[in-house]
Design a protein around this ligand. Structure first.
Ligand code: MN
Length: 481
């Protein structure tokens, strides 16, 4: 598996600093040194998720095109940050920008925070020209239709870092999607529209592969799971969760727990074999599996795997992207489904859940590990983790295929405590109120074509997702305040 840590440690962002030869070699030396200082400052700040690598100052069209070609070819380069320290005539940038294949952030900053009022002279003015140099650069980007995030602010300021970091998390996710394999175990749920889509289009846009497998490919690994590993995983379950009565060793349902552990071990071995960091399954294609994977899917998500139920490969890839974006931040991310409503006037809520597969990174407290019948699928009772999700700001995101155009739909929500205990609900759940209000949130989500499956997150922000959509060149709809 490409762990979430490894996604960040393997990627860099290049800092491209623009200038020209008008100011003489001494000034260019200064500009070059300042580029390195800014990169060092970023890397030392502790506020940015990706390492910034300053490239030598750019003064000619040939240098610009060459460094962009190098960035395109560099497997570790996840994106470029551009900054015009001085004026840098933008016709020089045009051929390079037209060939740029990496996401770009235009940083509109300046070396010194404060004007040196008492000493400022024309030498200083000539060296610190981003106020107009970045406008020249912005014009050519707008004229050529170059997608980029624009961040204005001093490079040493935490608020500037926060905006750059949102973009870094988005481009880290996009960088990861280019290597991502989504293993599709079984097909999409029969006749369902929104969970399906154009896999050729998705690969062209995001770079990920969706490879189909028969469930037998997983069953082989499940059957090969060793007794010692099953025993040890059951012990891990007992240590990490509150086991329901009967699931414990010697209990009447202990064999179900062992079956669940066997499925988790088999799934992990299968995903490792095919190199997949995201997967789907479906209750309609379970031949040879005793249970629909419940606790297995939940724990794999907690480790950073993307997941989509009922063959929903777009959501599996999106959940993986959101796992990358939210890495290291407070609050978790899960696969989610808008399940059922509370329509009490003035206290309307959505109850989100799934048949089984909600990620325990969004659990409040210690999850309960339980085994209950599943109404559909005709398999043995699956083991699952049951918990509530916390109150607080969160969001739902849905990736849909509109036919020749992928669309990301984001709804900011306020998660709330359930009104009461839910003693008969045998699945993990979250309760939330959509923004800007219940009615508008629902109506606009449905108008935009948003799915019932989402990535639900307390850590990923709207800004990260918008940056992700813009860097990928897809449509983005935000429903919020
Ligand atoms: Mn579903």
């Amino acid at each position: 598996m490409n762990t979430l840590e490894s996604v960040y440690s393997a990627a860099t962002v290049w800092l491209l600093v623009g200038s020209q030869h008008l100011y003489g070699p001494e000034a260019l030396k200064q500009v070059d040194a300042n580029g390195k200082k800014v990169a060092d400052g970023f890397n030392a700040s502790g506020n940015l998720s990706l390492k910034v690598v300053a490239q030598p100052v750019l003064t000619t069209g040939e240098e610009i095109s060459a460094v962009i070609a190098k960035a395109n070819a560099d497997a570790s380069c996840a994106g470029v940050i551009t900054w015009m320290h001085t004026f840098s005539p933008a016709k020089m940038w045009s051929p390079g920008l037209l060939g740029l294949r990496k996401p770009m952030l235009h940083l509109h900053t300046q070396m010194a925070r404060d004007l040196p009022w008492a000493t400022i002279d024309m030498d200083y003015m000539n060296l610190h020209q981003s106020a107009h140099g970045d406008r020249e650069f912005g014009y050519i980007c707008s004229r050529l239709g170059i997608a980029r995030k624009i961040v204005a602010g001093h490079w040493g300021e935490a608020g500037t870092h926060a905006r750059i970091d949102a973009w870094m998390r988005a481009v880290a996710a996009l960088h990861d999607q280019k290597k991502l394999v989504v293993a599709r175990i079984g097909d999409n749920m029969r006749r369902v529209a929104v969970t399906d889509g154009d896999k050729v289009e998705a690969e062209a846009v995001f770079g990920y592969r969706v490879d189909g497998y028969g469930v037998g490919d997983v069953v082989r690994h499940v059957n090969e799971a060793a007794d010692a590993a099953i025993n040890s995983l059951c012990g891990e379950y007992a240590g990490a969760y509150s086991l329901a009565a009967g699931l414990e060793k010697g209990g009447e349902k202990h064999e179900s727990l062992r079956d669940a552990a066997r499925i988790e071990l088999g799934l992990r071995a299968f995903l490792a074999e095919v190199g997949a960091d995201a997967f789907t399954d479906t209750f309609e294609n379970l031949h040879g599996l005793k249970q629909l994977p419940g606790i297995a899917a939940q724990r794999l998500m907690a480790d950073g795997f993307g997941f989509g139920a009922e063959g929903d490969w777009k959501t599996a890839a999106l959940v993986r992207a959101m796992k990358v974006m939210g890495h290291g931040l407070a609050g978790g991310t899960s696969f989610m489904e808008d399940y059922t409503y509370h329509f009490e006037p003035g206290r309307e809520r959505v109850l989100g859940a799934h048949m089984l597969e909600i990620c325990p990174t969004i659990a409040t407290g210690k999850p309960a590990c339980e085994c209950h019948p599943l109404g559909i699928g005709g398999k043995e009772d699956p083991v699952r983790l049951v918990f509530d999700a916390p109150a607080g700001p969160a969001l739902n995101a849905s990736m849909v295929d509109m036919g020749g155009q992928m669309r990301l739909i984001i709804n900011e929500v306020d998660a709330v405590e359930p009104d009461a205990d839910l003693p008969n609900l045998p699945v993990a759940r979250a309760v939330w109120v959509p923004r800007p209000d219940f009615r508008t949130g629902l109506e606009e989500w449905i108008r935009a074509g948003g799915a019932h499956h989402t990535g639900y997150s307390y850590s990923v922000t709207t800004e990260m997702l918008v940056d992700f959509a813009e860097a990928a060149g897809i449509e983005c709809v935000v429903i919020g305040d």
